[in-house]
Structure formats: C-alpha cells, structure tokens
Write a protein that binds this ligand. Structure first.
Ligand SMILES: [Zn+2]
Length: 119
C-alpha cells in the first residue's frame, strides 16, 4: 500500500526525531485556526517512536489497511489523544488518498490540516 513514512527535510527549519521509514500520522492539532506554521501545525508524528518530523515521504509498504488504521489508533491512545477507531480510520483514509496520488519517493509537507507535495 502506498503510505506516508518519516523522512528528513533539508531546510534550516526542518527537524527530524522520528525513526527513518516508520509510518507517520498527523497527531498534533493547534488551537489557533489561523495558524499553519507553529511546530504543532507542521509536524508529522512517527507511529512507532511518537517523535516528530517536518517531512514525510511516499513509500510502498507491505501493510493492510486495517493494520494501518490500528497503528494510527494505537499511537493516539498511547499519546493520550482522544481518538476513536473511526476517527483513526478517517485520518488513515485521508493519508492514503493523498499518498495514492503521488509517486514513491515524493516528499510531503504539512501546513495545518493541509498536506502538500514539497516543491
Ligand atoms: Zn499552529
């Protein structure tokens, strides 16, 4: 399945504390609806490490849709974020829909709720 995994950006403001290649989720949600630039708004979170990175990469990974949803949901539960399985599934579907439109190796950045291919 084509998914988003942790990667590393090469801009001065990029950071990457994730494990290379782990699945990522969009966990942090900032309260400011106008904001798309703070740390909470630009980070992807590794589902295994629960650490953050500013850049994700499209990759083909051997994982089922249900296992993917479960990985996301487990991360939320572990991090104490309120999230039902249905909510995790919704996020998984959004991430999968984006990944399916991009080629493996494409880099993705996050601006709040919006994910865009990095230029
Ligand atoms: Zn923010």
């Amino acid at each position: 399945m084509r998914v988003l995994v942790a990667s590393r950006g090469d801009l001065a403001e990029d950071y990457c504390w994730t494990v290379a290649g782990e699945l990522v989720a969009v966990v942090s949600r900032c309260e400011d609806v106008q904001c798309s630039l703070c740390d909470l708004c630009v980070a992807f979170v590794g589902v295994g490490s629960a650490r953050a990175t500013t850049v994700a990469r499209v990759a083909d990974v051997a994982i089922t849709r249900d296992a993917y949803v479960e990985a996301l949901h487990e991360l939320y539960v572990r991090e104490g974020v309120e999230c039902t399985v249905d909510e995790a599934r919704e996020e998984a579907e959004q991430l999968l829909a984006l990944a399916s439109t991009l080629a493996p190796g494409a880099l993705v950045r996050r601006h709040g709720d919006e994910l865009r291919q990095a230029s």
